[in-house]
Design a protein around this ligand. Structure first.
Ligand code: SF4
Length: 453
């Protein structure tokens, strides 16, 4: 991959990946300082007649803080009262959204996810209360799928069985690595054995989709360690894997959903210097691409499909539904995030919920939807966003779909020159109706959409 990046015509891509920003999930508007009230009005209008949307609840509680974590986390070790409080605030915030965006209550929910933080830390009665609330107040139908996120140390058998009984068919679990020293240095308070036990128990209970997060580029991680991660994935047969590169560029700068205020420990220069002085090391860019290749090629050879970028699913179970709702070229529907730092969007604008827990709580207590900021998309910005999102799916972009929605062709300017340039550099293949990324284009999709569109 570095050969491609070192071509003079790809200097901007090399600079982008070297600067280490995180952008594949981020599609901020091109018109800043939009009012949150205007965003809520745009959303309400879009939801009056909509295909199924993505609804999610963010529970920010964690028992410890990982060294790479930039999320707005609230530590609650040994304080169950705080957990219950966050469920109370989440439910109150959801009621405020329903009041302020009247069409939200009837909008069909394609997928409802409880993300975190570590929602699996919640006591069983709060898990049940949260899921029952959303099911009874939003438009869940037979097609609505429900997922719950957590970590391997807190997904107990009792909680897994409760989740299954409440109609939850999907789980997401932060594993990050199956290498114990790498986990320890990352600040994770679980072992690789606990991760495998979680997968086996979730399979026994019968969840349809069990998704684990793996990271590459971690402190002291080697290509061999990632090879062993792949072996464990294949041995356990876990059917969904999200592979993320460690990103230490500030999420707040890129408007990444759920960006917190506090830097991750690994973003602090003096701490990084101390780690390096103690003999620890970061994988080089070359090694990071090798790690990515190990995972991508190994998973593909075993029949997993990558759709969208970084999300791998075993053959037959299909792409992640919530990602498809957001980014597939024929969908790109709304997303509503309820909870500290969540990102919500519709076709005209997007907004991020307050990331400071005190001002968040004060807004909810005062009866106001606690949005922190919003941006809008100009007509050209909406078209650009649609192309960028569709490219991240790694599926062919269809000119016919684009023309139906925007009235002009992908092969007219201003797009034609950009796609031709990708083709000349071996990053895409064009046919009469489609643009398809090549394997090199797929690997670099995040850099391409953030520097060329
Ligand atoms: S990475 Fe996840 S588990 Fe770790 S502190 Fe952040 S939110 Fe909590």
């Amino acid at each position: 991959m570095l050969d491609v990046l070192r071509q003079p015509e790809n200097t901007h891509l090399l600079e982008y990946v070297t600067r280490d920003p995180f952008g594949a999930h981020v599609f901020p508007g091109d018109t800043p300082d939009y009012s949150p009230e205007a965003f809520l009005a745009d959303l309400d209008e879009q939801l009056r007649d909509t295909a199924p949307i993505h609804l999610w609840s963010y529970i920010p509680t964690c028992a410890y803080r990982c060294r790479f974590c930039q999320y707005p986390v609230v530590l609650v070790k040994g304080d169950p009262g705080k957990l219950t409080q966050w469920v109370d605030w989440n439910i109150r915030e959801a009621l405020l959204w329903l009041e302020t965006v009247p069409s939200l209550s009837s909008a069909p929910i394609g997928e409802f996810n409880v993300f975190g933080g570590t929602p699996s830390l919640l006591p069983p009665e709060d898990i049940a209360r949260l899921l029952d609330f959303y099911r009874s107040h939003f438009n869940f139908g037979p097609e609505t799928t429900v997922r719950f996120e957590g970590d391997p140390s807190t997904f107990t058998t009792e909680k897994l069985e409760l989740l299954a009984a409440k109609g939850c068919t999907k789980l997401s679990c932060g594993v990050q690595s199956f290498d114990d020293p790498v986990l320890k240095l990352s600040g994770r308070e679980h072992t690789s054995e606990m991760c495998v036990d979680f997968i086996r128990e979730a399979q026994r209970v019968g969840f349809e989709r069990i998704s684990i997060d793996l990271m590459y580029g971690l402190l002291d991680q080697t290509v061999d360690s990632v090879r062993r991660d792949l072996d464990v994935v294949l041995e356990t047969g876990v059917n969904s894997v999200v592979c993320t590169k460690l990103h230490l560029k500030s999420y707040a700068e890129t408007r990444t959903g759920v960006a917190g205020e506090k830097p991750a420990a690994w973003q602090v220069d003096s701490y990084r210097a101390r780690l390096e002085k103690d003999g620890h090391f970061w994988p080089t860019l070359d090694e990071q691409y090798e790690m990515r290749a190990v995972l991508t090629e190994g998973l593909r050879a075993a029949g997993y499909v990558e759709h969208p970028t970084m999300y791998f699913a075993a053959g037959g179970i299909g792409p992640e539904k919530w990602k498809s709702i957001m980014v597939d070229q024929d969908r790109q529907d709304a997303e509503v995030a309820i909870g500290l730092g969540g990102s919500s969007s519709c076709r005209r604008s997007e907004a991020i919920t307050d990331v400071n827990w005190q001002t968040y709580a004060a807004a909810v207590e005062a009866g106001r939807v606690p949005l922190g900021s919003a941006t809008a998309f100009s007509p050209e910005g909406q078209e650009t966003r649609a192309i960028k999102m569709a490219l991240t799916t790694l599926q062919p972009l269809r000119d016919s779909l684009h023309r139906n929605r925007f009235g002009r062709s992908l092969f007219d300017e201003p797009w034609a020159g950009r796609f031709r340039s990708l083709e000349e550099r071996g990053l895409a293949v064009l046919t009469q109706d489609t643009v398809t990324l090549t394997p090199a284009g797929e690997t670099l999709v995040e850099a391409i959409i953030n520097t060329e569109f």
